[in-house]
Design a protein around this ligand. Structure first.
Ligand code: PLP
Length: 366
């Protein structure tokens, strides 16, 4: 596929194309760096929304300590891109992955999450056999009821066992307050997030009272970072989607102060009726599960539905002059689930193409 040369205007792109407004993304990055440094908290942004080592490098250059990943494959891609401080915020299980973790440990300094000794033992044994050790966090279930050990005594006991395991360097605790992002009332949201995070910080204190160092207390997403970043005892937050921002964070999580930095350019390919238009972007191009995409380039146009490769738009009277071949800009409803559908980002500054960034971690599901 022939890509447009750098410095091209957006109209030179074929569609559908996923575009980044660099000034807005950089403003969001600056906002997150400032929010963290004001509280003396580290920023380890989750890379699941961009899966791009080039963007990760930009984040680290701006002040992030490293990145969070969900999969070993994503961490491998980030390490190949020069990022060394990597948190894999998931449990790693199975001999194939453990072998890759050993190779990754030679190239970088990853951290993995554990909620049972059955995950830790094979990893520790493999690391020890290779003459290595790997940092480990305990994932604490602070109410989300996904993975994780309960706070307090169960976590303290696991920490004590991990601290004894050869090949393992116990490094702290992690919890994700993901179940509280969409609490509508801001007072209740803050109160419940703080209560959840207090249980994480108390767990760290209980671990330390057993004489076990627990330097890292990691948590926080874009939908909650305004509270988690100022929670006493937290050492780092993982908010990642903040660099793009979207309607899911704004409408459902009530996040403010960040700019929308991602747009999807599509072409009108059919005008079957005066009030209906079809674009070349359906659900294989943008996700509408978490929040419906929004047309931002033209007034009076609503996304009615997405099928695999068609987007159906409903036109208000003032938009009915829309013609086949016209291009529209849409804002993905939830950037995380949309980016993963694309091979590359086209990054623009002042309407000129400045960078093309492949999502190298895309499809790295193992
Ligand atoms: C472990 C973990 N940390 C952080 C996040 C938040 O990510 P984001 O800020 O991109 O919404 C998530 C989201 O699913 C997560 O699973």
């Amino acid at each position: 596929m022939k890509l447009p040369p750098l410095n091209s205007p957006p109209d030179d792109l074929d569609t559908p194309a996923l575009c980044i407004d660099l000034e807005r993304m950089e403003a969001n990055i600056g906002h997150m760096v400032a929010a963290c440094s004001e509280q003396n908290v580290d920023w380890r942004p989750h890379s699941k929304c961009h899966k791009s080592p080039a963007i990760a490098q930009k984040l680290v250059a701006a002040g992030a300590i490293g990145v969070t990943c969900a999969k070993v494959g994503e961490a491998e891609v980030m390490a190949a891109g020069g990022i060394t401080d990597l948190l894999i915020a998931n449990q790693i299980v199975g001999p194939q992955k453990v072998a890759r973790l050993v190779a990754l440990r030679r190239a970088a300094d990853p951290i993995v999450c554990i909620d049972h000794l059955d995950q830790a033992r094979p990893i520790g044994e493999a690391m020890q056999a290779a003459g290595l050790a790997i940092r480990v966090l305990i994932e604490v279930d602070i109410g989300m009821q996904r993975a994780g050990v309960l706070p307090g005594d169960p976590s303290v006991q696991l920490a004590a066992a991990l601290a004894q395991l050869p090949g393992i360097t116990f490094a702290g605790v992690m919890g994700y307050e993901g179940h509280l992002l969409r609490v509508p009332d801001p007072v209740e949201k803050e109160q419940r997030i703080r209560a959840a995070l207090e249980s994480l910080v108390e767990t760290k204190q209980q671990v330390e009272s057993r004489g076990i160092a627990c330097p890292i207390v990691s948590c926080g997403g874009t939908g909650s970072y305004t509270y988690s970043v100022s929670q006493p005892g937290i050492t780092e937050i993982q908010a990642g989607g903040a660099i793009f921002m979207d309607d899911y964070y704004r409408n459902q999580c009530h996040v403010e102060g960040l700019d929308f930095a991602l747009t999807l350019i599509a072409t009108v390919v059919s005008r079957p009726t005066p009030d209906r238009a079809i674009i070349d972007a359906g659900r294989k191009t943008m996700n509408s599960e978490a929040e419906t995409p929004r047309v931002i380039s033209h007034p009076g146009i609503l996304v009615q539905s997405l099928s695999a490769e068609h987007g159906t738009l409903i036109l208000a009277p003032e938009a009915r002059g829309l013609m086949i071949g016209e291009r529209l800009a849409l804002m993905p409803g939830y950037s995380d689930f949309t980016c993963v559908l694309h091979d590359r980002f086209f990054a623009f500054r002042d309407q000129r193409l400045e960078e093309i960034w492949p999502l190298e971690g895309r499809g790295r599901l193992q």
